[in-house]
Design a protein around this ligand. Structure first.
Ligand code: URA
Length: 225
């Protein structure tokens, strides 16, 4: 019997801005289910949602808090903390949309923006096709949602667009289900002050830029029978 994850988990030297979920046996079991090519769409939805929920909760741990005192029903005072500042989510379409429900589960009326980036056929570079953000996004903390960080191209473009809209790197938290080390390093060297929360860092990329061993095409696993 093995109760803790093994050599397959996180590689040693990570940029200091990267935070992985605790690599527990439970988490490894969840990833084993979603990686398995025989897992049904229903189970893929259920178990990827479980990991997404953990990721969102971890992301919220990185938001600043300020002292807050409340009175309890006993009449006693409790000197606690409250969240400081407003947040919003921004999902990178289309896979990032799958993470919106997980964010709404824990932040009930959270505003969520969207951004669509695709490869420009002429330049082969990531290109912005569409974006819609809350009008006051520059004043908010942004939870940027994208489950798969492969080469990092789309995520880098998305952050550039957010910065053009006045959001400083320090106020962006990237929430990611699975990353390839090369994409992660590229992303972090572009934005050293931006925090990345990822669930698992895999071995690398194959020749088609899929994460390996990975879980395949996240969008297809999630949306297609
Ligand atoms: N997007 C996916 O859905 N899967 C990968 O492995 C890489 C990018």
């Amino acid at each position: 019997m093995t109760s803790s994850p093994t050599s397959q988990s996180t590689p040693a030297a990570l940029p200091p801005s990267v935070f992985t979920l605790p690599q527990t046996a439970q988490l490894e079991a969840l990833y084993t289910i979603i990686r398995d090519r025989t897992t049904s769409r229903g189970d893929f939805l259920f178990y990827s949602d479980r990991v997404i929920r953990l990721l969102v909760e971890e992301g919220l741990n990185h938001l600043p808090v300020i002292p807050k005192t409340v009175e309890t029903p006993t009449g006693g005072k409790y000197e606690g903390v409250g969240f400081e500042g407003k947040i919003c989510g921004v999902s990178i379409l289309r896979a990032g949309e799958a993470m919106e429900a997980g964010l709404r589960e824990v932040c009930r009326s959270v505003r969520i923006g969207k951004i669509l980036i695709q490869r420009d056929e002429e330049t082969a570079q990531p290109k912005l096709f569409y974006s819609k953000f809350p009008e006051d996004i520059a004043q908010r903390y942004v939870l940027l949602l994208d489950p798969m960080l492969a080469t990092g191209g789309s995520a880098i473009k998305a952050v550039e667009v957010l910065k053009e809209h006045g959001v400083p790197e320090e106020r962006i938290i990237f929430i990611n289900l699975m990353a390839a080390p090369e994409g992660l390093r590229r992303f972090c060297s572009n934005f050293p002050a931006l925090r990345v929360i990822t669930g698992w860092i895999d071995k690398g990329l194959n020749e088609k830029a899929y994460i390996v061993p990975g879980l395949g095409d996240f969008g297809e696993r999630r949306y297609c029978e």
